[in-house]
Design a protein around this ligand. Structure first.
Ligand code: DGL
Length: 275
């Protein structure tokens, strides 16, 4: 049985990429709910409904594990989906992301950038403080980063100005953070531009070490630990089946750089999840 993975769009392909690296022999089914993207600006009630519909579509295809490769959906729908599909393992990205941030931080000052929905849910604050009660968590919602990433804009002046506009207030705090957690699965494709723009804002403090982390690799190792037979059939490379709820050509074009593998538009199946 395959591992099911979903996100609002192509962002979760950054998690699928890490999963493929960690579990190369396994088969995956990925669903990008592109018709309803972005999730990050929607109400929690809407995101829970979208997450249930996306997950239902995947679970109906037969899964060994479900991965919510979306921070916004993980923040508001993880418990709902765990109850809905028990005993199927359901893995979200918030706890693994918090673990990566705490492991990388010496000072305990951690900046989290995410969607408005994730920030409002306070899920990262709670998850980080569970692991390190004295942590100081600064959060910022960076809604336009999702649009930049979906547009495939990962460098250039507009990208740099947008990053600076969102991050300057966060990074100019009297005691700057030593970790910046990319709390949205769309953001890793902007990591190089974020690093560059932050260097300009932070100057010396950046040189003293500011780690940029995301939840992809730690999520993949949590998924591995959930599976009884993690490797799959020996020697064979597992398959990837891709589904999208709208714009399959666009999904293929933009998604390739997120997945790190070419995606052929004809291979992306269009699915209808209802309203
Ligand atoms: N990639 C998603 C996340 O990790 C959400 C982006 C969006 O749809 O707003 O939060």
């Amino acid at each position: 049985m395959a591992i099911g993975v979903f996100d609002s769009g192509v962002g979760g392909l950054t998690v699928l990429r890490a999963l493929r690296r960690e579990l190369p022999g396994r088969d995956f089914i990925y669903l990008g709910d592109t018709a309803r993207l972005p999730y990050g600006t929607k109400s929690a009630a809407s995101v829970v409904r979208y997450a249930e519909q996306a997950a239902d579509a995947l679970v109906a295809r037969g899964l060994s594990c479900l991965v919510i490769a979306c921070n916004t959906a993980s923040a508001v729908a993880l418990d709902v989906l765990r109850r809905r599909y028990a005993p199927l393992p359901v893995v979200g990205v918030i706890e693994p992301g918090a673990a990566a941030a705490v492991a990388a931080s010496r000072s305990g000052r951690i900046a989290v950038i995410a969607t408005e929905g994730t920030v409002n849910a306070g899920a990262y604050d709670a998850a980080i403080r569970r692991l390190r009660p004295d942590a100081r968590v600064l959060s910022a919602a960076c809604a336009l980063f999702v649009a930049l990433a979906e547009e495939g804009w990962t460098e250039g002046e507009i990208v740099e100005l947008t990053i600076r506009r969102y991050l300057e207030p966060l990074l100019q705090a009297a005691a700057p953070p030593d970790v910046l957690l990319l709390g949205c699965t769309h953001f890793p494709v902007l990591a190089a531009a974020i690093r560059q723009a932050m260097g300009q804002v932070m100057g010396e403090a950046m040189d003293q070490g500011l780690a940029i982390v995301d939840s992809a690799a730690t999520t993949a190792s949590v998924v591995r630990s959930e599976l009884r037979d993690a490797t799959g059939p020996a020697g064979s490379r597992g398959s990837v089946r891709l589904l999208a709820t709208d714009g399959v050509a666009r999904f293929a074009r933009v998604g390739s750089s997120f997945l790190g593998e070419a995606i052929v538009a004809d291979a992306v199946e269009l699915v209808d999840l209802g309203r």
